[in-house]
Design a protein around this ligand. Structure first.
Ligand SMILES: NC(=O)C1=CN([C@@H]2O[C@H](COP(=O)(O)OP(=O)(O)OC[C@H]3O[C@@H](n4cnc5c(N)ncnc54)[C@H](OP(=O)(O)O)[C@@H]3O)[C@@H](O)[C@H]2O)C=CC1
Ligand SMILES: Nc1nc(=O)c2c([nH]1)NC[C@@H]1CN(c3ccc(C(=O)N[C@@H](CCC(=O)O)C(=O)O)cc3)C=[N+]21
Length: 285
């Protein structure tokens, strides 16, 4: 008999519902204005993982009635050329959202490229303006994976106020913004990273754990506080998360599976924010 007690947080089902709502909103915009919401995807080089992720995003757009405009640039593109391409998309009235697939290669100033995205088109939440708005708790586009995590927590009515949230990982697109969003909802947030001393002790304090490390099955069940909510944002080769699912599920109250948890929500948030952007830009005309 399994000792597992955790309930699964079904990201696939929530993403499906979110995309259905988004598709209905996109159709309504098209009907009302004659303009179809459009996401521009910019890919530099041909990193196989990036190619796959961009394709997944385009496929999902097509299913939701969002146009996608694909800009493919060679690996040797310079910062100036990339900034020029993104600046052109920022000025293109037919494009409502812009996604620059990360990473772009070490010879490019990625920050400069991100900052060329017009703030009203930053549907991936990567500009300094979006990050600052999120940090101040002001309206704006959030980084998609943390945004998806918050939607999952809300869909399962997870109480955040006063709870201890521990985020393992502090990358600009995942760990750091995830902690800020949790802080904005009155959780008491601890960040852990590669220099953290006694990671196990920190993880054991977590009422809500967000694992965003990039190391397969790195967090073990023995460090999960009984009854904790475990969000596994990891997506490692072989579709394995950062949490050792079987042992963690014996102690958690709620847990996201990999696949089928955070992953599908990332794209759902990207599409939702693209339609938000189109709504605002078309209303402003
Ligand atoms: N579902 C989705 O849509 C997405 C999933 N992901 C997945 O999430 C995971 C993390 O991605 P990302 O944030 O981009 O990765 P990064 O490699 O950018 O960041 C990893 C973070 O983990 C920390 N870390 C590394 N080793 C340890 C350790 N031994 N102990 C504690 N912390 C450690 C690093 O610390 P330091 O800062 O000190 O180096 C860093 O902050 C990956 O599996 C990725 O595939 C990512 C994006 C989207
Ligand atoms: N250059 C780069 N760009 C990325 O966007 C990027 C990256 N590297 N490294 C890894 C993370 C991970 N990430 C995911 C996006 C969607 C799902 C997703 O939708 N997953 C589905 C399954 C999808 C499938 O495999 O068919 C699921 O979890 O159920 C997962 C993971 C983007 N990342």
């Amino acid at each position: 008999m399994s000792t597992s007690t955790a309930r699964l947080m079904d990201g696939t089902a929530l993403a499906r519902r979110t995309v259905e709502e988004t598709a209905a909103r996109a159709a309504e915009i098209t009907r009302r204005t004659g303009v179809t919401p459009c996401l521009a995807t910019v890919l530099v080089g041909a990193d196989p993982a990036s190619v796959t992720y961009v394709k997944m995003k385009q496929n999902r757009c097509a299913k939701a009635g969002i146009r996608s405009k694909h800009v493919e640039l060679p690996a040797e593109t310079t910062t100036e050329e990339l900034v020029a391409a993104i600046t052109a998309l920022s000025a293109d009235p037919d494009v409502h959202g812009i996604l620059l697939q990360h990473p772009v290669g070490p010879h490019i100033d990625e920050r400069a490229a991100f900052e060329a995205i017009a703030p009203e088109k930053d549907v991936d939440g990567v500009t300094m303006a979006s990050f600052a708005a999120m940090g101040f708790g002001l309206p704006g586009f959030v980084s998609c994976t943390p945004g998806g995590i918050m939607r999952l927590l809300d869909a399962y009515d997870v109480e955040l106020s006063g709870k201890r949230a521990v985020v393992v990982g502090r990358s600009a697109i995942l760990g750091k913004p995830a902690g800020l969003l949790l802080l904005g909802r009155d959780a008491t947030v601890t960040y852990c990273h590669s220099r953290t001393v006694d990671l196990s002790a920190a993880v054991r304090e977590a009422d809500i754990l967000v694992a965003a490390v990039g190391k397969p099955q790195f967090i073990k069940g023995e460090d999960i506080k009984p009854g904790a909510v475990v969000i596994d944002a990891g997506y490692n080769p072989g579709n394995v998360g950062d949490v050792d699912f079987d042992s963690a599920a014996e102690r958690a109250s709620l847990i996201t599976p990999v696949p089928g948890g955070v992953g599908p929500m990332t794209i759902a948030v990207l599409l939702a924010q693209t339609v938000d952007a189109a709504e605002r830009q078309l209303a402003a005309r």
